[in-house]
Design a binder for this molecule. Structure first.
Ligand SMILES: Nc1ncnc2c1ncn2[C@@H]1O[C@H](COP(=O)(O)OP(=O)(O)O)[C@@H](O)[C@H]1O
Ligand SMILES: N[C@@H](CC(=O)OP(=O)(O)O)C(=O)O
Length: 625
């Protein structure tokens, strides 16, 4: 389906309409004019935008704009949790558009004069010749107007008529609209700003209704259409945040990135693949667009579709983190700050392990490994983009803006190791300079080694221990035992071919010549899972265990750590945690095993206690090295 431009395409609303007035009133606070100031990108997650918009404006953005040029990136709003947030509502609306309503008799469908409902006007008018300015989409309240209905005459469609019930997605769209109106009422005091925002929300919701009607008519929501639907969440959130910043006296400009990817035509992105060249292209384009904001604080949508193969399938949820990294690259920012509702990355999930400690610094590969295995603090693709351009990423807490958070830092060129600094500072630091530079890190590394020498009488090497422990729940283990009708390479090829056809990603695998155990996420629909198992049975005997969890010990220093795997498994055994499957060695910085889901929290705590608890100063134990 070809995609109608949304009413908020960058060519219209991002460059001068209501939310970005051409003139700035003299009393609005702007980004720094200091020629030495550099860009700082601040990304805010959906729950932070939902719960703390005014604090974001007053206690965070405003505090940084005198000494930096700040660019704000937002995800779709969530009221209380991501599960109940706008993105999930939009996904629900998309699936509701595919629920076919019973076809009413033709006599009910056509209006008495043979014309169509106003919805068909919105639908086809927009699809065929949508102008750049927002189309006049009929509102729900006008849906039964005979005046509108008589305006056009088209072939009959299954669209609601007078007296007919509206499709179920309409209730969901209404909920999204209400949520944003309520946020406007709760957080914006200037009536003019609030009114402008409400008008924008109405336009966006009307666009969404039209889009969903179109999808319902053709009975299809393609991956690209789904991207477009969820992209509305970020547009609404950024319009809201722009209005809040203005209301708080900060000069802000809404920037929508839905049309930012260069070279997109009706066929999509023919010839493009989602590789580094593509990401470089996006980084350049978003950087150039944001620089056009001048001294206004840009409020940038984390959504940057369309991407080759679709944003949701190729990047997945949490794509706003990736965009913020690309924007940091495009702006050559000194630091990317990802603001969350947690102080940073801890030695274990602080909600499950009360003794977990905040890590001051962590290396990008450790951060990526943690996010892949359950500690989803940052989208795993974010690290590579920022770090390859030597831009540090700092995780900070919206509820505690003065805390220095966790810095994900690339190893400095001068040979110091981030893990060394991290381990020496762990549990004993008062803040990493913000933003931090390469030379500052080098100094800290040297200081860390000297301090260590002093603490240990100058003789002992730096202590080494894992960085963090993490758990990924809702895992299925599938075991396949070869039927020995094929040699081993054919056996594995058959299994991997099947997994590939079903698009299944294997989190952990353990093999012998005639046996394979695989841990996969429990995300497949039951029917699909049944079909997968039937296919796998062609290779041998298959068994499956549900409600499992992957426990992973992560840390760079484990590369040189003798006996750590033994300690991990002994601890689990001593605490009656049964190990279903082990995988060590695939990644040098990760030892993983599969346990039963019911043991997840206990296992986290006992492993944290035995492998990550800091030895008290002056004593060696309980380390093995
Ligand atoms: N090692 C870890 N360090 C910090 N948070 C972790 C870790 N492992 C898991 N988490 C969880 O990740 C979540 C990230 O923070 P939050 O901003 O609340 O989440 P979200 O992005 O889902 O809205 C927290 O709920 C926290 O409990
Ligand atoms: N709204 C999108 C994008 C996103 O990045 O969200 P968050 O930053 O809240 O993880 C999602 O839920 O996937």
């Amino acid at each position: 389906m070809s995609t109608p431009p949304s009413p908020s395409s960058s060519s219209s609303s991002s460059s001068g309409r209501s939310l970005s007035p051409p003139k700035t009133p003299p009393n609005l606070h702007q980004n720094s004019i200091d020629p030495d100031s550099t860009w700082l990108v601040q990304k805010f997650g959906g729950t932070s935008v939902g719960k703390y918009p005014v604090q974001i404006a007053k206690e965070i953005v405003e505090k940084y704009i005198d000494s930096n040029k700040v660019a704000v990136v937002c995800s779709a709003r969530s009221g209380t949790s991501k599960a109940l947030g706008t993105t999930n509502l939009l996904l629900r609306a998309a699936s509701e558009a595919l629920v076919r309503r019973p076809k009413p008799p033709t006599s009910v469908l056509n209006s008495p004069d043979g014309t169509m409902s106003p919805y068909s006007f919105g639908l086809f008018g927009q699809l065929k010749d949508m102008p750049h300015s927002p189309p006049e989409t009929p509102r729900r309240s006008r849906s039964s107007s005979a005046e509108d209905a008589s305006m056009i005459s088209l072939t009959p469609l299954t669209v609601p008529q007078r007296g007919q019930s509206l499709p179920s997605f309409n209730v969901t769209v209404d909920l999204i609209r209400q949520e944003h109106f309520k946020a406007a009422a709760d957080f914006i005091s200037d009536p003019d700003i609030r009114k402008e925002l409400e008008e924008e929300v109405d336009k966006d919701c009307d666009w969404l209704r039209s889009f969903l009607f179109a999808s319902q008519v053709i009975n299809e929501v393609s991956p690209r259409s789904k991207d477009n639907i969820i992209g509305l969440g970020e547009r609404l959130a950024c319009k809201f945040m722009t209005a809040v910043l203005r209301d708080q006296g900060i000069d802000a400009e809404y920037v929508s990135l839905e049309d930012i990817v260069p070279g997109v035509d009706d066929e999509g992105l023919a010839g493009d693949t989602l590789d580094q060249t593509f990401y470089d292209k996006v980084a350049r384009a978003v950087g150039e667009r944001v620089k056009l904001c001048g001294r206004r604080v840009p409020v940038v949508t984390g959504f940057f579709g369309p991407v080759p193969g679709s944003l949701l399938t190729q990047v997945g949820r949490g794509y706003t983190d990736l965009l913020s990294a690309l924007l940091s690259v495009g702006l050559e920012a000194t630091e990317l700050q990802i603001w969350k509702e947690v102080d940073g990355i801890f030695t274990a999930d602080p909600r499950k392990v009360p003794t977990a400690r905040l890590l001051p610094i962590i290396s990008p590969d450790e951060a990526a490994e943690l996010t892949y295995y359950g500690s989803e603090v940052v989208h795993p693709f974010t690290m590579e983009q920022a770090i390859r351009c030597k831009i540090p990423i700092r995780i900070k807490n919206v509820e505690n803006p003065t805390g220095s958070g966790t810095v994900i830092f690339p190893d400095p060129e001068n040979g110091s190791d981030v893990s060394q600094v991290s381990q020496e500072l762990d549990g004993n630091y008062s803040g990493i300079p913000e933003p931090i530079s390469q030379s500052q890190l080098h100094e800290m590394a040297q200081q860390a080694v000297q301090n260590h020498g002093r603490n240990r009488g100058g003789h002992l090497p730096l202590k080494k221990f894992p960085t963090a422990v993490t758990i990924k729940e809702r895992i299925i283990v599938i075991n396949v035992n070869s039927n020995r009708k094929s040699v081993s390479h054919g056996f594995l090829a058959g299994i991997f071919g099947t997994l590939d056809r079903f698009g299944v990603v294997v989190d952990l695998i353990s093999t012998s010549e005639v046996h394979v155990s695989m841990a996969i996420e429990d995300a497949l629909a039951q029917k699909l899972l049944d079909r997968l198992l039937t296919e796998l049975k062609k290779s041998g005997t298959v068994s499956m265990h549900r409600n499992m969890a992957i426990l992973s010990l992560v840390g760079r220093e484990m590369r040189h750590l003798v006996g750590i795997a033994g300690r991990m498994f002994t601890t689990l055994g001593n605490n009656s945690v049964n190990i279903e499957m082990i995988s060590q060695g695939a990644s040098e910085i990760n030892i993983s095993c599969v346990i039963e889901g019911k043991d997840a929290v206990k296992a986290l705590n006992v492993i944290h206690q035995s492998c990550l608890q800091l030895p008290s100063v002056g004593k060696l134990g309980p380390w093995l090295f």
